[in-house]
Structure formats: C-alpha cells, structure tokens
Design a protein around this ligand. Structure first.
Ligand code: ADP
Length: 651
C-alpha cells in the first residue's frame, strides 16, 4: 500500500507538473509571439510617423506649393498621387480652394435686347453693329460684354462671313494683352468663351487643329486666373465631350486623362467643401491626424497648417487603403489575420470575421487617433505548432521519469515481497522447528523418567523403553538434519561434495537408516537393487537424505498395513531410484504443491503423521543440484510412486 502511494503520488505530481509546464510553454510561446508582433508594430509605426507629417521636407514643400495660388491647377495635378481631393482655408476659415462660384449679374439690357431681336429677324449686319457698340461702350457690364461677344460670333457665323474674323475675335477676347474687355470678363465668362471657341472650332472642322484642342485641354491647368470648381467641371466636361466626338485622330489620350483627373479632384473637393461648410467639423480637426468622415460615402482626411492656411488632404476609402497597404504588409505574418479599423470603427482592411478573438488590440499610429489595429490567430494551431516541439520534449522526459518511477517501484515491490516471504518463512521455520522438536523430546523425557524411577517391571520392558528412546533419538537427528539442510539451502550455503558414487551403496545406507522403523510385522518392505549399476556423480550423504525422506514419507502416508518398495536400476545412461507405497496417495492438485516449502496435504492422516512440510522441498533441491529429475505418480487411495533419475558418469 505504502509502496503504491510512493509510486503513484510522485507520478501524479510529475504528470501535474508536466501539464503545468506544457501550459506554461504555450503561454510563453504566445507571449513571445505577442512581443514579436508588438516589436513589428512599433517599428512600422516609426516608419509611419515619417510620412504624412510636415517633418518630412518633401511633404512640406509639396504642401507649400499647393497653397500658393494661382498655380493651384498644377498642384492639384501633383497631389493626385496621394490624395483624391484637397481643401484649403485661409486664416479666417474662408474657403480658398475649391474656388467658390460667384454669380455675375445677368442683366439683359435694352441694348442687348435690341441687338438680339435684330439677330432673330436675320438682320445680322445690323445686329453685329449693335453688339459691337455694346462691347465698345466703356460702362458696359461684364455680362453685357460677354453676351455681346457671343452675339457677334453667332451673327458672323450665320451671315457666312470670313472665319478669320471669328478667330480674331476669340483671340482678342481671350489672349490679347492689355485688353479692356478681357479684364472686365469674370473667370466663368472667360471659361465659357473658351468652351464656345472649341465648339466653334469643332463646327468648322476644316479649321480645327490638334494643337487647338490639345492646348485647350492642357493649358486649362496654367491659366492666368483660376476658375471656380463648378466652372472647371462644366467646361472640362464640355471640351472632353467634343474631344471625344471630334478629337479622334489627334493624340489627346494623355490630355484627356489629365482633364478627367482634374474633374474628379474638383468634384471630390467640392463635395467635401460643401459637407464641411454644413457640418462645422473643421475647428475640432486635430492637426496632422487622419480621420474618417461620411458624406454620401466615406472619405479620409488629414489636416495641416501651412503658412497660416488650413489644408485638408482627402482620400477615398480605396486610395486610403492602397496607401496603407505597404505598411500593413510589413506586419503580415503567416497564420495571423490583421484587421484595421478607422476612428469610427469601420473595418478598413482585413477579414470581416475572424475565428479567434484578437490577441493584440492596439492603436494604429500617432497620425491615426482612435484607429485600431487587431491581430488574430487564423487558427490556434499557430502557437500550438510552436509550442508542440517543447511540449514533446516535456512529454518524453515525463514519460521516461514515470517509467523510471514505475520500474523502481516494481523492483522495490519485488524486493520487499521477497523480504516479507523470507520473514514468513523464518517464522514458519521457527514454529515448525519448536513444534517438531517438542514431540520426540517430551516422549524421550517420559521414557527416561520412567527408567530412572525404576518403574519397569522387567528387563524386557526396560529394553523396549530403551529401543523407543533410540528410535525417538534417530527421528530427532533426522529432523535436525533436515532443518540444517533446509537452513543451508535457504541461505544458499548448502555445499555438495560431489564424487563418483555407487547407487547401490546409497540405497543400502538409506535402507539402514530406516531399517529399525520398517522392521515391523505390518510393514512389508521390498528392495530390488540391480547388479553392476553404473556410477553416478553425487554427494552420497545428500542422496541418502533424499531416499530416507522418500521412504519415510512412504511409511508415514500408508495405512496400517504397509507395502513399500525400493527399486534401484539403470537404463539408458540413467540411474532410477524408485520408491513405491500403497498408501493414501494424493490428488493432482496436491501433487503440484508437495515440493513447496512447508506444504502439507490437508488430510486427516497427514495431520496425524508427524511432519514439517520440508522433506520434499529438500529432496527436490538436492535432486536439482545433481542435475537429476524427480517424478510423482499418485492417486488418492491407490498409493504413490516417487522416481528420482540421475545421469550416470560417462566413460
Ligand atoms: P512432511 O514433513 O509433511 O512429510 P514432505 O515435504 O515430506 O513433508 O511432504 C509434503 C506432503 O506431501 C506431505 O504432507 C504429504 O501430504 C504429501 N506426501 C509426501 N509423500 C507422500 C506419499 N508417499 N503419499 C502420500 N502423500 C505424500
């Protein structure tokens, strides 16, 4: 029991420690992974902080150029790489870009009315003169000048006059230096005249050139004055339409692309400007921080302060995502999902759903306040895999130690078992010895006492008593011999004195030892010893003990009428000692156990017969030492035959 506890307890402890170690290992691996990821995130943050800030010199210069009007067109063209729109406010929060639309008064004066009616009537020459007068009048409004110039072009066209005149007029209106008229026109009116010119050129295909179309699309970006965003969108869309219809054959692809980009930038900027105008978001916008805002769609914007002006660079969701992609890529790791949420918790990048909860949730970067970065294991096997190697080592070591404990436990059990058995043996031995010695000693004492007291009736009785004492003495000596042999045998101290011996001599010595006992009327003892028996290697005394024990048993376990036979013969290089009786016999079960120490068959006769249960175990021990064999044949009530076989000495 104690031993079991001694084995089981440490094993359980070890298994517990092992499971803890495995758990700790998993945690350690997870922690290592978290540390590694945090390092990666930190280093990519450092890279982030170098972009989109004014500490970056190219960034600063680019933005400085952007705010210095009227080169805005060129700048808008340059920002389109990293922004989809831009808003610029002056120090008083007045919108500078996109340029707001200013209405010019559209009064239709009576002079204009007259000229227009003449034109309607088909009196083109008169109408022309009227229109010309309006243009030449110093105090004409910008709208009157614009409308009159348009009227002149219509009349010249309709009256089929020289196209050069129209060309010259366009030139005068748009490009001629030092023009009073040119100065009076509003940017939107100038833009409208430019569009009209392209339309006119398109209508007169023969005169339109690639250069005309090209310069109008491209030179839009470097005008001497800036146009309101709405005007630009309207004008460029018109020109693009004409370019699409008439411009094939002219290599305008690049110019068209540029114009489309400007329209897109203007539209986005305009939409955002309107949104900000209505929502008063700007004052709370932190400097150099990216935030999301929603018009009819999501936009991301960063605010800068340049030369006292507030600049907002605007990105669409797609552009924001693609510009962040390189940074997210630097974080990407096998088996890990990376999710990026903006400040309104919109998922910007990464899978919509993840299998596991995030093991890292952290802010994204300083320029992105309230943005969130989440790292999740695609499946738990990632760190399981990493931990499994160490775990395997733990499990193997643990199993080895458990095996060691179990083996040593088993060995200890065996040793203790052996010790217990030996102890029991010792106790049995002492009990048997004292019990067996007591009987002959007490009967001898009674006999001796009787003799000493002279209570014998005659000489014959005296001799009888003395013979009884001698018999008890012999029995006692044999008992003691057996005890000594057994004791030596158990201590492995029994030394045999092997020498060539004559089987007949051994048999004779045994017969002599039992003779007194067997020499009775009720005991028929038959001895057959073949002549010329071959010699055997034997310890003569030990072999005599074997035969005496077997003969003694034959006597003891026989009924009152005894028939005992001793046969010694040789056959096939073997010498046989054959002891047969017609006694009580044994069952198969008993036969199996009779050579065990202290075994006595539990029959009434066996109990009556004196015995120690040691005789046959001594016999077996001696026969085995002689490399011989002992066989038993017996049936209950039918007697027993013990056969000892020893090899003869080879000559
Ligand atoms: P014991 O001192 O009891 O005779 P043994 O070792 O000589 O011890 O014998 C063991 C047991 O074998 C005996 O108790 C007995 O029951 C049985 N036995 C031995 N020899 C015979 C025999 N010839 N006939 C019947 N039983 C026998």
């Amino acid at each position: 029991m104690l031993l079991a506890i001694a084995v089981i307890l440490p094993t359980i402890c070890l298994l517990w420690f092992m499971s803890q170690a495995v758990k700790n290992e998993r945690l350690a691996v997870k922690q290592k992974l978290i540390d590694f990821c945090n390092d990666k995130i930190n280093s990519s943050r450092t890279t982030f902080s170098k972009t989109d800030t004014l500490q970056n010199e190219t960034n600063l210069n680019r933005l400085k150029n952007l705010v210095s009007l009227p080169d805005i067109w060129l700048q808008v063209n340059t920002i389109k790489e990293d922004a989809d729109g831009v808003l610029i406010y002056d120090a008083n929060d007045k919108l500078i870009y996109p340029i707001p639309y200013q209405d010019s008064r559209t009064e239709f004066t009576s002079e204009l009315q007259n000229a227009f009616e003449l034109e309607q009537k088909g009196s083109y020459q008169q109408a022309l003169e009227k229109y010309q007068q309006i243009m030449d009048t110093n105090n004409s409004s910008s709208y009157a000048i614009f409308a009159a110039s348009m009227g002149i072009i219509r009349c010249l066209d309709k009256s089929g006059q020289d196209v050069n005149k129209v060309q010259n007029l366009f030139y005068k209106l748009l490009w001629a230096d030092n023009q009073r008229i040119r100065k009076q026109l509003t940017p939107t009116q100038v833009a409208m005249i430019r569009v009209r010119r392209i339309q006119w050129l398109a209508e007169h295909k023969d005169t339109i050139t690639a250069g005309d179309m090209y310069s109008d699309l491209d030179s839009w970006y470097t005008p001497t004055e800036a146009y309101p965003a709405e005007t630009t969108i309207w004008a460029l869309e018109k020109i693009l339409k004409i370019a699409g219809e008439y411009g094939q054959g002219y290599k305008l692809d690049e110019s068209i692309k540029r114009a489309e980009a400007v329209i897109r930038t203007e539209k986005i900027s305009l939409a955002c400007a309107e949104f900000f105008d209505n929502n008063q978001l700007l004052p709370d916008w932190p400097i150099e921080k990216w935030k999301v805002f929603k018009t009819d769609r999501s936009f991301y914007a960063i605010r800068y302060l340049i030369d006292g002006k507030k600049v907002l660079l605007i990105r669409t969701r797609e552009n924001m995502l693609s510009s962040l992609q390189p940074y997210i890529k630097t974080l990407s790791m096998n088996g890990i999902d990376i999710r990026l949420f903006d400040n309104m918790n919109n998922l910007l990048s990464g899978p919509v759903e993840t299998k596991n909860k995030p093991f890292i949730t952290t802010h994204f970067s300083n320029q992105f306040p309230d943005w969130k970065l989440e790292l999740c294991f695609k499946d738990n096997s990632v760190f399981e895999d990493a931990a499994s190697k160490q775990t395997t080592i733990y499990i193997w070591t643990g199993m080895l130690v458990v095996l060691l404990i179990l083996t040593s436990g088993a060995l200890a059990t065996q040793a203790i078992g052996r010790q217990i058995k030996l102890n029991n043996l010792k106790n049995d031995f002492i009990a048997t010895v004292s019990h067996e010695l007591k009987t002959p000693l007490s009967s001898m004492r009674v006999l001796v006492d009787t003799l000493l007291e002279g209570r014998c009736e005659n000489q014959q009785q005296q001799t009888e008593y003395l013979q009884l004492i001698s018999k008890e003495n012999i029995r006692l000596s044999r008992l003691i011999d057996n005890f000594l042999t057994f004791s030596r045998m158990e201590r492995n101290k029994q030394a045999f004195d092997f020498a060539p011996a004559n089987p007949a001599e051994i048999a004779m010595a045994a017969i002599e030892a039992v003779q007194t006992k067997f020499n009775k009327e009720n005991c028929k003892f038959t001895v057959t010893i073949n002549d010329n028996l071959p010699s055997i290697t034997a310890d003569k005394d030990a072999m005599v003990t074997v035969l005496v024990n077997l003969l003694d048993n034959a006597y003891k376990y026989s009924y009152d009428d005894k028939q005992i036979e001793l046969n010694v013969f040789a056959d096939n290089n073997l010498v046989y000692f054959w002891v047969k009786d017609d006694g009580i016999g044994m069952t198969r079960k008993q036969i199996k156990k009779i050579f065990d120490r202290f075994y006595q068959a539990d029959t009434s006769l066996a109990r009556r017969a004196e015995g120690t249960g040691l005789g046959l175990s001594i016999v077996k021990f001696i026969v085995d030492a002689h490399k011989g064999k002992i066989d038993v044949e017996s049936k209950p009530g039918k007697g027993s035959t013990f056969t000892v076989t020893l090899p003869v000495i080879k000559t």
